[in-house]
Design a binder for this molecule. Sequence first.
Ligand SMILES: [Zn+2]
Ligand SMILES: [Zn+2]
Length: 337
Amino acid sequence: MLAGYLLRPGTVELREVPVPEPAQGEVLVKIKAALTCGTDLKAFLRGHPMIPMPGVFGHEFSGVIAATGKDVRRFRAGDEVMAVHSAPCLTCGYCRKKLYNLCENIMSSKVMGAFAEYILLPPHIVKQNLFHKPGRLGFAEAALLEPLSCVVHGMSGLHIGRRDKALIIGTGPIGLLHLLLVKQKGAEAMIAGRGWERLETAKKLGADRIVQASELKHSLEEFTGGLGADFVFECTGQLEVWEASVNYARRGGTVILFGGVKKDTVATYDTYRLHYDELTLKGTFHFTPRDVKAAYGLLKTPLNLSPLISGKYSLEELPVALDRLSKGDGIKYALIP
Ligand SMILES: [Zn+2]
Ligand SMILES: [Zn+2]
């Protein structure tokens, strides 16, 4: 089979490798669609601590089961499926505390290699995070299960409702997924970004107000009558935005810090705002199986997902898709082997 390898930053190679065979509890999926993600782009541009090189990559996918190992009962060859690429170990200290997203083994036992013709899923993923794809959901849209699970996790426990006003900073795929969920919860949403193309996409996805990042402060004042946003979602992974985010929240508001920043980065905050204005700053990482189930439930509802997928390419065209993304052209591309 053909598999995309990231050799070093900027260099992708398609290699012919043997199709893996599923052992006990494992499932072999023939990929029908794999999506590019911000993490893939980061790895392609400058390397990524979670993506060893040289190695296979790509982690958002859906497909059809090609073969199952012994003792797999819920799935059989021919089933259309969607999955995420990780699952908790259920035995470490964090799993015992039910903090499954923080599982000590979740990153080391994840599966990469969705930019390929087949992917082999280990038993812990098959048991917890593999699902039958609803018939009406396209394969590319079904592959959004992973990023959507991350966004669902960040919003878990927030109680966003009709009277709320949310500010989303960042118009990448993660910012736009936040927008979809905020609108689904009935809140009003303003989204800030650079360039008009993605902001126009945000408009199509239901944003109540779109604004250039440079106009954010003034526009937010108008949008919230000077109070500030009930919820601020940082979806850029830039230090300046992490720091500025607290300025956009109303008193008693919540700031979700979603975008990962380089290790050892230190952000500075105004203690007066945090204390007297009683702000909540919430970090968020990855997802639990419960979040994945919730995201799967959402994907069964009619969500307007197609604007998130900017185009389709064959697997051989993976470098083209990554090149376009690195120029800020498009949101997500689907690779169809
Ligand atoms: Zn992803
Ligand atoms: Zn664990």
